[in-house]
Design a protein around this ligand. Structure first.
Ligand SMILES: [Mg+2]
Length: 163
């Protein structure tokens, strides 16, 4: 059975919209140190409370699980242990048996799990590039269906059609 890794931010919930908006409102520019510090100090349980699913993501994940075709895990970058805690709690609420892998933001996802032959669904192109270079199958999640060179989906269960 193939391993399937699903990104969290911007794919399962719309947290990226909220955090980027907050960064903008606080005048935080995309200078890396500044930006990282800003993200580290965010109250993630509050942010996740304000988030909504992206295109019915919980039902879409359930369809993938029901298919029995993949070993499915959430693979998410985090900037703090509080962010990890908040995300794990939220995912556990909907999927008590889900594998959840949290990766420090400074480390490539492809360095934490073995990408070879495994699928990554992610909205962030640099993650997809690293995954592809490590021998994985990259699928872009994008609401505008812009794959940036990769197969693209806007509903998670569409992975069942393309793999
Ligand atoms: Mg993302």
């Amino acid at each position: 059975m193939k391993n399937l890794y699903i990104d969290f931010d911007g794919v399962v919930v719309n947290s990226t919209n909220i955090t980027y908006q907050m960064a903008k409102e606080n005048g935080i520019r995309e200078d890396y140190t500044n930006y990282l510090e800003f993200f580290q100090n965010l109250n993630w349980s509050e942010i996740l409370n304000r988030c909504s699913q992206v295109n019915n993501s919980y039902a879409e994940i359930q369809k993938i699980l029901n298919s029995g075709r993949f070993n499915t895990s959430i693979l998410t970058h985090v900037t703090s242990i509080h962010e990890a805690e908040a995300k794990i709690k939220l995912i556990n609420k909907y999927f008590p048996d889900m594998n959840i892998i949290v990766v420090p933001k400074s480390i490539s996802k492809a360095k934490v799990v073995n990408a070879k032959g495994a699928i990554l669904i992610d909205d962030f192109v640099p993650n997809l590039n690293e995954w592809h270079e490590a021998g994985g199958i990259s699928i872009r999640f994008d609401l505008d269906m812009d794959g940036k060179g990769y197969p693209v989906i806007d509903h998670l269960s569409d992975v069942l059609e393309i793999v």
